[in-house]
Write a protein that binds this ligand. Structure first.
Ligand SMILES: Nc1ncnc2c1ncn2[C@@H]1O[C@H](COP(=O)(O)OP(=O)(O)O)[C@@H](O)[C@H]1O
Ligand SMILES: O=P(O)(O)OC[C@H]1O[C@](O)(COP(=O)(O)O)[C@@H](O)[C@@H]1O
Length: 302
């Protein structure tokens, strides 16, 4: 079973307009509300690919109930821990000439609820996959992912981490199966701006030296670079297409990678191809890609 943990799920309120002007009153021309948060999105895309996945994490208030309702409506399996106070965040995504986002803070997670999540983690079986994805509410310490990995030490649970900064750095010593920074996030980790494939591969190797087994660096419209645990650099471009909404493209890529890795018996080239197919298919659509969307993009790749 694949479990995804989202500490800070969201309702993504996506508005569209031709032009967005900061400091002005802007009027939406279309609006939609989606369940969001990185682990939630990974599980939704896995579900679209008929791969069983269970969403874990914390929800609160009316927004939290709506996240769960929308996820269930999509046929997802979830076991969220419900917080007694606060509400899950609403993340504003403005799709205009450019994309702008305002991500909320999210509720405070008290210790007893954190322990309830730890009990769920303890219940995982050998052979399971755990995806830890997204930011954490500000009140939590940034070693929280590390604490989860420490708990899993010595067990055969495959761990994927899609996070930034110290949250990501701190887990490296537990040798996660996969990490997926984008090129900006990877550069930030090493206080640099990455421009060339060589520079990206060099920083990916530093992450591998710190412990990561596979480092998948997403490059938006330029595709992705994978430094595999076999030591090889795999590079694939995204197909050309019209960008409609890139929210969730990175999460879709993680789902696609896992799906490709599983179906091919661990072929990293195939995992990368499926990752790009899912990521780009989501970027070319209003929301997360369906299986047909992914197949269509897959067919365009070499
Ligand atoms: N403009 C785009 N055109 C084609 N594919 C895209 C585009 N933006 C994102 N993607 C696809 O989605 C993947 C993840 O996108 P990226 O923006 O790098 O992730 P994140 O959302 O984590 O920053 C890319 O590797 C690519 O396959
Ligand atoms: O946890 P964070 O880093 O604030 O990100 C949450 C946001 O990221 C998303 O999961 C989308 O992520 P990606 O575009 O990186 O795939 C949204 O659904 C959500 O609003």
């Amino acid at each position: 079973m694949i479990y995804t943990v989202t500490f800070n799920p969201s309702l993504d309120y996506v508005v569209q307009m031709k032009e967005f002007k900061a400091g002005d009153i802007n009027r939406a021309e279309a609006e939609t509300i989606y369940p969001g948060g990185k682990g939630v999105n990974v599980a939704l895309v896995l579900g679209n690919l008929h791969i069983p996945a269970k969403m874990l994490g914390f929800i609160a208030g009316f927004t939290g109930r709506e996240i769960e309702r929308l996820a269930l409506e999509c046929g997802s399996d979830c076991d969220f821990i419900v917080l007694d106070e606060g509400y899950s965040r609403i993340n504003l995504k403005i799709s205009a000439d450019d994309e702008t986002a305002v991500n909320g803070m999210g509720p405070v997670i008290p210790d007893d609820k954190l322990q309830a999540l730890m009990a769920q983690i303890d219940g995982m079986a050998d052979g399971d996959t755990l995806v830890l994805a997204g930011s954490i509410p500000a009140a939590l310490p940034d070693d929280i992912y590390e604490r989860i990995l420490r708990r899993l030490e010595g067990r055969s649970v495959r761990v994927v981490v899609d996070a930034t900064g110290d949250l990501l750095k701190n887990v490296m010593k537990y040798k996660p199966f996969l990490v997926k920074p984008n090129n900006f996030e990877l550069g930030e980790l090493f206080d640099t701006v990455l421009k060339t494939d060589e520079e990206i591969a060099e920083c990916a190797r530093k992450l591998q030296d710190m412990g990561a087994r596979n480092v998948l660096v997403s490059l938006g419209g330029d595709g992705a670079l994978l430094l595999g645990e076999d030591g090889r650099v795999y590079r694939m471009q995204s197909p050309k297409g019209k960008l409609v909404n890139s929210v969730g493209a990175g999460d879709s890529m993680v789902a696609g990678f896992l799906a490709g890795f599983e179906s091919s018996g661990g072929d990293l080239q195939e995992a990368l191809k499926m990752g790009i197919s899912a990521g780009s298919a989501s970027a070319f659509h209003d929301w997360l890609a369906t299986e047909d969307d992914i197949k269509e993009v897959y067919g365009q790749l070499p």
